[in-house]
Design a protein around this ligand. Structure first.
Ligand SMILES: [Zn+2]
Length: 325
């Protein structure tokens, strides 16, 4: 497999040890030398991208339609000339990506501030991120989370060296619930299935934060289960000093690593500008098996070289006529 590191795509908000490559995000294992074939580990979300997410095409269509409505006069002008039509469509096709990158950037900033809060560090105020940060503070207050007592880890790199893969886990927090289950919030009670209370054992939870300006606080997707299962089943967490970043130095040693603890539960924390939703999701063995099933697919696809595959000449032409081209 020839995965090329894209140095120019590195971003200040990239998680520790994450490396952008020609095949999406990978994590660099600082314990392994530059020649070790297992040094680069596929990222959890990169592997999950191999799973066709049905909602992505309609979401892209929606953002394209919104952009078109914002640019109707230009669309009308372009419609007069076939060349302009082509240029306009080319521009329109890029717009959902522009919107998604903006959302991803806002999400990264919220995560960075969340991490700063968890670590008790100061952060630079960010007007756009602030409503989400406010919702995060509300979650901490509502769930009785004491940062120093209850937050075990924040934004840490995790690796599974056996399988292998890598990822970033947002929050590990000790949560206390009054009973073994918790009722669903009345306004989110499902109509099509029984509104059973949801298991909420007290203990250490693995929590992944999601930000959105448009989706309700109840929005969860099947790929979240795969992601949570992969993070909970990683083997080691890295707590490297900055000198280890990207594994480019030889500073790394076993004291920067610790075994990933057992979690009593896994959940998504949906942060919104007007509140939050804490949704426990059972990232169980089946979810983990499903995630592991995506890895061979991802590795196969990332290793493919398709450029040499072209239509051949029919046998009759090959023997009767020299190829002029
Ligand atoms: Zn290290």
């Amino acid at each position: 497999m020839s995965i090329v590191i894209h140095e120019d795509e590195r971003d200040e908000y990239d998680p520790s040890h994450a490396v952008p490559t020609s095949a999406g995000r990978y994590y660099c294992d600082p314990m392994l030398g530059p020649d070790d074939p297992n040094r680069m580990k596929i990222s959890v979300t990169n592997a999950i991208d191999q799973h066709m997410i049905e909602a992505l095409a309609p979401a892209a269509a929606r953002d394209t339609a919104i952009w078109l409505m914002d640019n109707l006069p230009a669309a009308n002008r372009a419609a007069m000339d076939p060349d302009d039509v082509e240029a306009f469509i080319k521009e329109a096709k890029k717009q959902y990506r522009v919107q998604w990158d903006k959302k991803a950037d806002l999400g990264s900033r919220v995560h960075a501030i969340g991490e700063a809060i968890n670590l008790g560090k100061a952060y630079i105020p960010d007007e756009e991120a602030e409503p989400f940060v406010e919702s995060y503070r509300q979650f901490l207050a509502d769930f009785g989370v004491d940062l120093r007592r209850d937050i075990v880890a924040a934004e840490c790199t995790v690796l599974n060296r056996t399988i292998p893969y890598g990822g970033t886990s947002d929050i590990w927090a000790n949560l206390r619930f009054p009973g073994p289950t918790s009722p669903i919030m009345p306004r989110f009670k499902p109509r099509a299935v029984p509104a059973d209370p949801i298991p909420t054992p007290s203990g250490l939870w693995l929590i992944d934060m999601k930000t959105s300006l448009t989706k309700p606080a109840s929005a969860v997707y099947d790929d979240y289960l795969l992601q949570l299962a992969a993070l909970r089943n990683a083997e080691v967490a890295l707590v490297c000093p900055p000198s280890c970043r990207y594994g480019e130095t030889d500073d790394h040693d076993a004291s920067h690593e610790f075994a990933i603890p057992e979690f009593v539960g896994t959940a998504i924390l949906n942060l919104r500008t007007n509140g939050y939703g804490f949704v426990p999701l059972p990232a169980d063995q089946d979810a983990f098996d499903a995630f592991c099933g995506l890895l061979p697919l991802a590795h196969y696809v990332h290793g493919l070289e398709m450029r040499g595959f072209k239509p051949i000449q029919p046998p009759s032409k090959t023997t009767t006529r020299k190829d002029a081209a």
